[in-house]
Design a protein around this ligand. Structure first.
Ligand SMILES: *[C@@H]1O[C@H](CO)[C@@H](O)[C@H](O)[C@H]1NC(C)=O
Length: 189
């Protein structure tokens, strides 16, 4: 559309008050983070999205994180990676940074991985972030690990972050190594 076309569109839009309607229909500037139904089915057997952050706020089940963690089983042997989905709606820009991806049991599992850069912008389209759990296959056991991520607004203020001292657990098995992170399609079996 040329400049004249844009001007006409603008005038028409103004004349019909369509702009107001469109502004009202526009999605608000906010943030969502969830485990999609497909991943939830693999994880807990229910094919239903699990919202972790909704409209920029941590879901109620995370508020008492200690309690939530007690109900969170260790990630089973057969799951080598987990998909998280996220989306920034509206036009606002949000930035993320992984501050730590750390295994606390390095004899069982190497540091967890993510398939995106450690620092970047939360996409405006729903997108998947895969967190990988590289079991070493040297021994049976449960590895504790940290995944610390912060989300900042355009001004650089932290608006969300992994709860303080959050520790997650992954069950690994001897002879069941998962170091070949290039074979993405084999991650979840
Ligand atoms: C995880 O995401 C990848 C890439 O989008 C996809 O190929 C895979 O099927 C997903 N796994 C599950 C369990 O949803």
């Amino acid at each position: 559309m040329g400049a004249v076309g844009r001007l006409c569109a603008l005038l028409l839009c103004g004349a019909l008050s369509l702009c107001g309607v469109r502004a009202a229909a526009r999605q608000p500037d906010t943030l969502y983070l969830w485990i999609d139904a497909q991943q939830a089915r693999v994880l807990i057997g229910f094919e239903e999205d699990i919202l972790i952050v909704s409209e920029g706020k941590m879901a109620p089940f995370t508020h008492d994180f200690r309690k939530a963690q007690q109900r969170m089983p260790a990630i089973p042997v057969g799951i080598h990676a987990m998909n998280f989905s996220w989306q920034a709606t509206g036009r606002a820009e949000y930035f993320y940074e992984f501050l730590s991806l750390r295994s606390l049991d390095k004899g069982i599992m190497a540091d967890p991985t993510v398939n995106i850069p450690l620092l970047g912008m939360v996409p405006h389209k729903p997108s998947v972030v895969q967190v990988g759990f590289p079991c070493l296959g040297k021994q049976d056991g449960v590895a504790a690990f940290e995944v610390n991520v912060i989300i900042m607004n355009a001004e650089g203020n932290i608006i969300l972050q992994t709860p303080q001292n959050a520790i997650f657990f992954k069950t690994c098995q001897q002879g069941n190594a998962n170091e070949d992170m290039a074979r993405l399609s084999d991650w979840v079996t």
